[in-house]
Design a binder for this molecule. Sequence first.
Ligand SMILES: [Zn+2]
Length: 249
Amino acid sequence: MLNDDDLNRYARQVIIPNFDEEGQEKLLKTNCLIVGAGGLGCPVALYASAAGFGNIEIYDEDIIEISNLNRQIAHKYNQIGNNKAENLAQECLKINPNISIKSKKKIFNDAIDISGFDLIFDCCDNTETKYILNFLSHKFKKILISGSAVQMEGQFAIWKSGLNKGYPCYECVFPRTNEKAPITNCREAGIIGPVTGLIGSMQVNEAIKEIAIKDYQSTAGNLFLYDGLTLDLNKIRLIKNNQCPVCSD
Ligand SMILES: [Zn+2]
């Protein structure tokens, strides 16, 4: 049951059809892992906190630098030098002190136990970490919502291969390769804030649907590509790789 404070705080979302107080109760019980407290992690954590995802844990080992501030919207000029995960958690609590948020000042690795989480937000820009998150999310049957952005383009997808064998996983679509990948990190290729803001918002939009909305059609099994120059949002139906080393068992 929602208390009076919750009913006031979440008043504008519980009146949405198919959301209701029941949807809010589900959000409050949800355990979220957010990996990365940068351009995607900031909007993801801020919106997830504001919406009332009840338990959130954020991983990032980096410290805030001045070149982060064009997009990492939770971090402020006077917080340069602070750890990103810790700072983001504190900023989220300023919006919603009624939820539980923990921060970990370290890089995510495959020894970390994710079995207690319901939802994993991949907000990192490191390919190896994306593969680890995919492997663990499949193994422990979790919903993985990944995002990435570079220059004026972004993409996001929901992966549920552990929950439904018909769905592809991240590695089906982005197989590991020995070839040198094109430069896709923000440091070398560039990025603007509105693109990371939009992709992060979409990640939380999908998370709210997965947890709280009744009778919706999951977008798992699709990849969404956003072009900030043309404003095209393309939806690509993904195909499972029957030889995938992660999910073809
Ligand atoms: Zn796969």
